[in-house]
Design a protein around this ligand. Structure first.
Ligand code: SF4
Length: 440
């Protein structure tokens, strides 16, 4: 099989992995070397048909000896198999880089023979790239669960970012669908990488030229919708992963049916993209807005509201905290106002040192008044002429599309119908209750 035939198979096999976005690392080319990695991030990938190539996302091999039921590369699946040699992969990457096709590499792999052997092959490919071809571009390497920690150490010195996929949100699901993996085999390398990063940061302070270990941190990926775990369970797990393993990102991947298996959603099931989107919004709230998982969902409300984003949903259910005086509210409280983001909250704090702010000033600072005006006061006043009713607030919280879908009584993950040109009728009390409780 020629190398381009392999490339086609192995880029196609890697397309389900979403655990890669920005690089988060700055590294200039070494003298005589090639490539540099910028903190601004790389977030495209190389599709099997050759489109959109900024990051070459590829597998070392898809000849996997494991049999994870949700995976297209599982042992029992009848699919073409291919494996790169380390030199083939290194040459391909450097040649693509020289032609300006890509800016970095995302390397994952099925388990060939065993985790250690697979990891050794990946190390050799990256070693060739870094040492022989002097490639200084961004590399994201997937750690193979079960590989020896000495091998992970070597991989971590060659890669910028590493990730270990948690795959499924509970041990029970993992046992059922990925019998070759265990919670321990996933969490142990995560813990190892975390302590490696911590130790390395001390070394770098002490010795300026100490080699960097996973300088862009580690991330993970979770499959959403393949198993029955609720948003509440997923968000709690996400929160504990951030706390325990100082992950840079937890990625969510809406499950795309790849197998006709009674344990999994039917092949015709659409990927739960809206659910994935709501989880990303909530993840943002955990990382930058000071929310905890327990504030966004609880035992009684285990799923996100389809129609309203999690921050608005929280605000609508905690109206006792509003309206909030924008000229006095602390930064942490401003972050909880719909329509005020991290940047606008910071700008408010800085700007109000010079004098009190009015609605015109807030608009200039980037506040989305269409939403925020229902939750704030400027010098004790609301926007002039503003009528506050639940109907008006809900309309402000929902996008045109969400409102249209609501009126057509459609689940939001379906394709939208052509919306009416005429304004929809007011929401009834029953509509409002449904919206607030997230019922379809
Ligand atoms: S280990 Fe499991 S998820 Fe990874 S490639 Fe093999 S079958 Fe797929």
């Amino acid at each position: 099989m020629d190398v381009f035939e392999k490339l086609k198979i192995l880029t196609d096999g890697a397309k389900y992995d979403v655990a890669c976005t920005s690089s988060g690392v700055d590294r200039k080319a070494s003298p005589g070397g090639i490539g540099s990695s910028e903190a601004c991030g790389i977030c495209h990938s190389f599709a099997g048909d050759g489109r959109c190539i900024s990051l070459l996302k590829v597998l070392m091999s898809n000849a996997c000896v494991y049999d994870c039921q949700y995976c297209v590369n599982r042992r029992s699946n009848d699919t073409p198999r291919a494996t790169f040699t380390p030199r083939e992969l290194a040459e391909l990457t450097i040649n693509f880089y020289r032609r300006n096709y890509i800016e970095g590499l995302f390397l994952s792999s099925g388990v060939v023979k065993n985790p250690d052997y697979t990891c050794e092959q990946m190390i050799e490919a990256l070693r060739l790239l870094r040492e022989e071809y002097r490639f200084s571009g961004y590399i994201h390497a997937k750690a193979i669960p079960g590989a020896d920690s000495a091998l992970l150490s070597r991989l971590g010195l060659l890669a910028d970012r590493m990730s270990v996929n948690i795959e499924l949100p509970s041990q029970a699901s993992l046992k059922l669908l990925a019998p070759d993996k265990t919670k321990h085999s996933i969490l142990a390398p995560m813990g190892f990488i975390q302590s490696g990063i911590r130790e390395n940061s001390t070394d770098i302070v002490r010795y300026r030229h100490a080699p960097k270990f996973v300088p862009a941190g580690q991330s993970t990926q979770m499959i959403i919708g393949a198993t029955p775990e609720t948003d509440y369970q997923i968000l709690n797990l996400t929160e504990s992963l951030y706390k325990k393993y100082t992950l840079k990102r937890v990625f969510f991947s809406a499950y795309m049916p790849v197998a006709d298996n009674p344990l999994l959603p039917a092949p015709a099931t659409k990927p739960p993209l809206l659910r994935e989107h709501r989880l990303y919004q909530a993840d943002w709230l955990l990382r930058f807005y000071g929310f905890t998982a327990g504030e966004l969902l609880d035992e009684r409300h285990q799923s996100f509201n389809q129609y309203i984003d999690p921050k608005c949903n929280w605000a609508l259910n905690h109206m006792q905290y509003y309206p909030m005086e924008v000229n006095r509210a602390p930064y942490e409280d401003l972050l909880r106002v719909p329509g005020i983001g991290v940047n606008s909250a910071k700008r408010i704090i800085t700007a109000r040192r010079m004098g009190s702010l009015d609605f015109t000033a807030l608009k200039k600072l980037g506040v989305v008044l269409k939403r925020a005006q229902y939750f704030i006061l400027c010098n004790g006043r609301t926007t002039e002429g503003l009528k506050i009713s639940q109907d008006a607030v809900l309309r402000a919280m929902m996008s045109e599309k969400e409102l249209g879908m609501y009126y057509h009584n459609m689940p939001l993950h379906d394709e939208p119908e052509q919306l009416s040109m005429f304004a929809p009728p007011p929401l009834t009390q029953e509509d409002i209750q449904k919206c607030l409780t997230g019922q379809i």
